[in-house]
Design a protein around this ligand. Structure first.
Ligand SMILES: NC(=O)c1ccc[n+]([C@@H]2O[C@H](COP(=O)([O-])OP(=O)(O)OC[C@H]3O[C@@H](n4cnc5c(N)ncnc54)[C@H](O)[C@@H]3O)[C@@H](O)[C@H]2O)c1
Ligand SMILES: [Zn+2]
Length: 372
């Protein structure tokens, strides 16, 4: 078991940790009622286990009538205001008061949605995050951002609501589809690029186990811990994303454009892998990054089984147009978080965001599309 404590709430990485849910919940979010919010995929694997370990592991006599469950269909299309409102109504119907804690059991969709319910219910009640995808473990569950999507865009309505605790049980990754697992590795690689290149060696070291035996669990603890620590350190320095937290957007300006241009056929991490390679190339072209940075990132994402080039037929101007409709703009000029070299980001003097003219970005996007 490893605990990261830099954010004021514990982030526990423990294979088999689901069995310890009662301990962490009672320590960090002792409440009269508990509501476990999850999706139908995750529920079929882990809901009974989590609710049983909450009831049976309780030292304070949590009885089954005090543990409610809300199961929604899986998928980003359910991260909506409508779901938020329906879940809130369910809590009201159960008679949940301020002495209620939410347990968010699932991937980033559940973490964001259940977190937003917790942020707003009775002006804010505790949430314990139990992430079950690699992406949610190393990224979404850490840092306190919660949100829902609207027709105007992803995460357009939300709140900062730090969790009371995060319980990461890598053993839950055994049931995660391999493609989702690889997608999560993109964020781990991103953490390596922004702060510590040795994290990338860690990814390479666990790849065989990850792809072959699926001998997950304890073997993944060190990689997850290091990745979480990097994100936690960045968030601790800048919780509200006024400056340094922007480095976490590396790969995401182009990545979001690529993700949207694929009509979300690409998973988030796949698009980010492509975005990281492209943005590193952009940084090299601008003379910001050491030559070879993009090649090193391309090598890392390829070894992780992630794509590094845009799919055939993806037009550069469409990607750019979609990047422009995303939100990271300052006075109409697109901004990027760019690396200096592996393990170090550029842009400290400009708030870690670098404005780049579209014509320069277009060159990189065209090369990306043409598979140069
Ligand atoms: N709040 C933040 O800081 C933050 C950061 C990054 C991403 N996000 C959000 O996270 C979301 C993406 O998260 P995601 O990639 O985890 O997607 P997701 O929650 O949709 O999970 C992916 C799929 O895996 C299934 N699943 C989850 N855990 C499983 C398990 N252990 N076994 C089997 N199946 C399992 C889910 O049901 C789903 O079908 C996006 O909405 C994104 O905006 C938020
Ligand atoms: Zn991301």
């Amino acid at each position: 078991m490893r605990t990261i404590d830099t954010l004021g709430y514990p982030i526990v990485v423990s294979s088999g940790g689901l069995a310890e849910v009662a301990r962490i919940v009672e320590e960090r979010a002792p409440s009269h009622r508990y509501v476990i919010i999850t999706d139908d995929n995750v529920a079929s694997h882990y809901l009974d286990h989590v609710s049983a370990s909450l009831i049976e592991g309780s030292g304070r006599g949590v009885t089954s009538d005090r543990v409610h469950t809300v199961v929604i269909p899986a998928g980003e299309e359910h991260k909506t205001r409508e779901r938020w409102s329906a879940i809130t109504d369910t809590l009201l119907a159960y008679g949940c008061g301020r002495d209620t804690a939410i347990i968010a059991l699932g991937g980033g969709v559940i973490g964001d949605l259940a977190g937003f319910v917790a942020a707003t219910y009775m002006r804010g009640i505790p949430v314990v995050q139990i992430p079950t995808t690699l992406l949610a473990m190393v990224d979404a569950s850490v840092g306190g951002k919660t949100a829902v999507d609207t027709p105007a865009g992803k995460n357009t309505v939300g709140a900062f609501h730090p969790p009371a605790a995060v319980m990461i049980d890598p053993a839950t990754l055994a049931s995660l589809p391999a493609r989702e697992l690889r997608s999560g590795l993109a964020e781990v690689i991103k953490h390596g690029v922004i702060a510590d290149r040795s994290v990338i060696d860690e990814v390479e070291a666990i790849m065989p186990a990850l792809l072959a035996a699926r001998a997950l669990g304890a073997a993944l603890e060190p990689m997850i811990e290091r990745s979480v620590r990097i994100k936690a350190d960045v968030v601790a320095a800048d919780e509200r994303e006024l400056g340094l937290r922007k480095v976490l957007n590396f790969g995401h300006t182009i990545g979001h454009g690529v993700e949207a241009a694929s009509d979300y056929v690409l998973l988030h991490g796949e698009a980010i892998a492509i975005g990281m390679v492209a943005e590193a190339r952009l940084a090299e072209n601008l003379g910001i990054a050491t030559v070879g940075t993009a090649a090193a990132i391309e090598d890392a994402v390829t070894r992780a089984g992630l794509p590094s080039r845009a799919p055939d037929g993806m037009a550069a101007d469409r990607v750019l147009a979609l990047m422009r409709s995303d939100k990271k703009q300052r006075r109409g000029v697109l901004e990027y978080s760019l690396p200096k070299r592996m393990g170090e980001m550029a842009g400290e003097s400009s708030g870690w965001a670098i404005a780049v003219d579209d014509s320069i970005a277009l060159e990189v996007l065209r090369a990306l599309a043409n598979r140069e």
